[in-house]
Design a protein around this ligand. Structure first.
Ligand code: NPQ
Ligand code: MG
Length: 369
């Protein structure tokens, strides 16, 4: 592949409603969109990095610098032999920075697939043409506010609700949602690392509510703690922040630290490693689901394709565009009977709306290749 240039575009989009998790509140989504221009096609991808290093150690200004000064030069050194499959090996010498590696690999993969007329779904091995949609519900100021938000999402057709929890906002919100909406609804929680093993007895109080899973209760590097917690609580443990590679997935499974995995391509360095995690989990009989990072249509399109692989057997945080944005950067993803359609066009299968992109662009760096 002959790359002509790479654009890094910083964008900032307002969120339809503030999103509060155990690590903070977001009212807007600022991120970097990458455009790779080749002789045959252009590829698009969206970083999952945020302005501050809260979810993980990467943050936008650092990520832009790493992409420009450490990753792109290594891709350039590959010359025309560069393909999406060679991005990972070419960048392997750089430690960490999975989100930055992922956004480059994904944009290059989009260009490559567009040039050959293959969709992300076909390339990755999708076996479904639509995927069930779940929704992630932030921490609220009151139970009434939470119940109103959940009622709204259920009315829209979401098939699974995920409640963000933290110490002080866990048992009561789960109890209130179960009491109001019943035992049939698919319900799970996400702590984003807010607890320690000292909270095991407290977290066991969620057992009676028949949750699908409890996501990342403890620190990302605490695999042993999660294995111990799994001995104390009956709710299945799902790991998110802890899993940065297929090797991490194999270790966590072998240790008994999780019985479900949230796969986020951005967190693991891209769609190729995400698929390897899918495969490792499948080989162990561990179900996976596709997480989300408040993606615009650019990132959402590829996630929906990944979520159509065979072992993605639980609804993901693959929500409609309207969950986060009034105006998306692509034609909006809309719920149809609680499902999102997997795009079938070449590459990510959606087109970026140039006028909208221009409106939300804060700055742009062009890098000749
Ligand atoms: C999770 N996402 O599963 C995350 C984390 C998360 C959909 O719950 C700005 C950008 C704010 C990305 C807050 C969902 C965010 C963010 C939380 C990602 O853990
Ligand atoms: Mg999570």
């Amino acid at each position: 592949m002959k790359i002509e240039k790479i654009e890094l575009r910083r964008v900032c989009l307002p969120l339809v409603t503030p999103f509060r998790t155990s690590f903070g509140t977001s009212t807007e989504r600022e991120t970097t969109i990458v455009r790779v221009v080749t002789a045959d096609a252009e590829g698009w991808a969206e970083s999952a990095a945020e302005p501050e290093p809260l979810y993980g150690p990467e943050f936008l200004d650092g990520a832009d610098l790493v992409i420009r000064d450490h990753l792109i030069p290594r891709l350039r050194a590959e010359g025309e032999a560069l393909t999406a499959e060679r991005v990972g090996p070419a960048l392997a010498a750089v430690t960490g920075h999975p989100m930055s590696k992922a956004v480059l690999e994904t944009a290059i993969l989009d260009a490559q697939l567009k040039a050959s007329g293959v969709s992300f779904g076909q390339y990755l091995g999708a076996v479904r043409d639509r995927v069930p949609a779940g929704v992630s519900v932030g921490i609220m100021d009151s139970i009434d506010e939470l119940l109103a938000a959940v009622a709204g999402y259920l009315d829209e057709g979401y098939l699974r609700i995920k409640l963000k929890i933290e110490p002080g906002w866990d048992i009561e919100p789960v109890r209130a949602v179960r009491e109001r909406f019943g035992d049939e609804m698919l319900l799970q929680v996400d702590a984003n690392t807010a607890y320690t093993l000292a909270d095991a007895r407290h977290l066991a109080r969620l057992d009676p509510f028949d949750l699908l899973l409890m996501e990342q209760p403890m620190a990302a590097d605490d695999l042993l703690g999660h294995a111990r917690l799994a001995q104390v609580i009956s709710t299945p443990i799902c790991l998110d922040e802890s899993i940065e590679s297929a090797r991490d997935a194999a270790s966590a499974i072998a240790l008994g630290a999780c019985s479900v995995i949230n796969v986020k391509p951005a967190r693991v360095g891209g769609y190729l490693e995400a698929r390897r995690i899918h495969d490792v989990a499948a080989a162990h009989g561990i179900p996976v689901w596709c997480g989300g990072m408040l993606e615009t249509g650019i990132g959402r399109a590829a996630n929906v394709a990944l979520a159509a692989l065979p072992n993605f057997v639980m609804p993901g945080d693959t929500s409609a565009s309207s969950r986060y944005y009034e105006q998306d950067l692509t034609a909006p993803f809309v719920l149809d009977g609680g499902h999102l359609e997997v795009p079938t066009g070449p590459g990510i299968g959606v087109e970026v709306l140039p006028d909208v992109l221009a409106q939300v662009t804060v700055s742009m760096t062009e890098i000749a290749f």
